[in-house]
Ligand binder design. Structure first.
Ligand SMILES: Nc1ncnc2c1ncn2[C@@H]1O[C@H](COP(=O)(O)OP(=O)(O)OP(=O)(O)O)[C@@H](O)[C@H]1O
Ligand SMILES: [Mg+2]
Length: 254
């Protein structure tokens, strides 16, 4: 058996509600089609949506895993995994928000070290706050995807983030413009957006990928990019997700 060494891919943003969780799941769908084994970790500690979106019953959550590591009760990572299907596993965010505040970022490294040997890709969903756990996670991420929208506040915050990356001379991030989650907004052209954020837009989730009945898929625990009807009707969006995955899996840590 070959030894795995998964990449940690984090999906984040500088504003809430830009489409992170949906993107994590869409990427998982595309990666699964490559027959690669994926672990999704939900680091949106207070309002994680991965388990609910996949309609899976949480068996153990991230808090239990960290609590057991802290108290020497941990044996196998498998004991803390909730399975979606043959290729996609999940470590859900804490079920009880009261325990979320007790999560300690120092155990992330241990969890990644163990998970990297068992999976091909670790996909991390986050919230947009620059909390301790998010900052530590960014440090351990091989690739970071910023999901932005055509919104002035979002773009100005992204500009600030871009300058932070430039100051640190870090380039392991990509910017994804999501045009699909809020079709009403199209104030700025591509040219304007690049001027505001002072960086490139690496990928887009096109306007045409707007899924009118998205909640129905969520209720059924279905991943959009795996659905035959969506794959047929929204080819441009699917192609863009495929391009994202192709380049993410190729990039090396810088
Ligand atoms: N392609 C799409 N078509 C239609 N609606 C979408 C699409 N992608 C996302 N949405 C909707 O946009 C909203 C925000 O998406 P999502 O929950 O993925 O964002 P988020 O960045 O994870 O939010 P939060 O910061 O609250 O975690 C949701 O209601 C979702 O259903
Ligand atoms: Mg989310």
């Amino acid at each position: 058996m070959s030894v795995r060494q998964a990449k940690v891919i984090t999906v984040t943003s500088v504003k809430g509600g830009t489409g992170k969780t949906t993107t994590v799941l869409n990427l998982a769908g595309i990666i699964k089609m490559r027959k690669m084994k994926i672990l999704i970790i939900d680091l949106d500690l207070y309002s994680g949506g991965i388990a609910a979106s996949l309609n899976i019953q949480i068996e153990h959550d991230l808090f239990q895993l960290m609590d057991d590591l802290n108290n020497n009760r941990f044996h196998n990572l498998e004991d803390y995994i909730t399975t979606y299907d043959e290729y996609i596993d999940v470590i859900p965010a804490p079920k009880d928000p009261k325990t979320a505040g007790k999560i300690n970022s120092k155990y992330l490294q241990v969890i990644y070290a163990k998970a990297k040997l068992k999976y091909d890709v670790i996909l991390v969903d986050t919230n947009h706050n620059l909390s301790d756990i998010n900052l530590v996670n960014l440090d351990y991420s091989d690739q970071i995807l910023y999901i932005i929208t055509n919104d002035p506040v979002d773009l100005k915050n992204m500009r600030t983030m871009v300058s932070i990356y430039q100051d640190m001379d870090k380039k392991n991030y990509k910017i994804v413009l999501n045009e699909a989650s809020d079709r009403q907004k199209d104030y700025f052209s591509f040219y304007d957006i690049k001027n505001i954020i002072k960086d490139n837009i690496d990928y887009t989730i096109p306007n045409s990928f707007y899924i009118k009945n998205i909640d129905k898929y969520v209720l059924d625990g279905k991943i959009l990019t795996l659905d035959p009807h969506i794959r047929k009707k929204h080819k441009k969006g699917i192609t863009n997700f495929e391009k994202m995955v192709q380049s993410i899996l190729k990039e090396q840590k810088k």
